[in-house]
Design a protein around this ligand. Sequence first.
Ligand SMILES: [Ca+2]
Ligand SMILES: [Ca+2]
Length: 220
Amino acid sequence: MKASAGILVICALFLAPAAHAGLIIDEFDSGAIVDLSTRSAGAGGPTSDSASCAASVLGGTRNVLLKYDSGTGYEKYNRATFDPADGFMSFSNDTDMDGTLTLTYSFSATNFAAGGDRIQIAFLGSDLGSTVTMTVGDGAGVSSLSHLSPSGPNDLDFYYSGFSPGADFHALTSLKIEIASAASGDYDITAIQTVPEPATLAVLGLGGGILGLIRRRRIA
Ligand SMILES: [Ca+2]
Ligand SMILES: [Ca+2]
């Protein structure tokens, strides 16, 4: 029993990094501090704010566009903050303000080989949830996929098989992520990355094999 538990712990240790060992698209751990905000037209402020800076993406640049979708009253804001010291992107909508944040990654020199079977957005927290649309280009056209991100911490998976009409994920030329959140919505994202599901399954299979071997030895 103790040996089995030990093997399970060992498997868990292997599994933990394997599940997130994909290609990092953005960890929000590098680049300049970017602080964007928009306010409703009623307050006479800007309707959009944008910035561009180096990101922890392979040879790439992060372009950020923040727009308010609807808002009433004065001095109502939405705000997005990228601070490498925190290692995550923070977003906040004031009451009555709907906001959409668009992250666009461009791949310089070579096309981006995504690998794995999905791109995952890691939400550290979210109070009201959001609608997330991912759009990829492969030179031949663009494909997109939308998901509702629930409230609370969650890893939102965009499986390549779900994109319509479909794309060559081994040779992407562009990647765009649009996050639309409801009035008063707040969320934090820690990372955008690919997930190598086949490697994770291989580790699981290895763990099962070791357990089976121990059981067989005991029976003998
Ligand atoms: Ca991070
Ligand atoms: Ca809120």
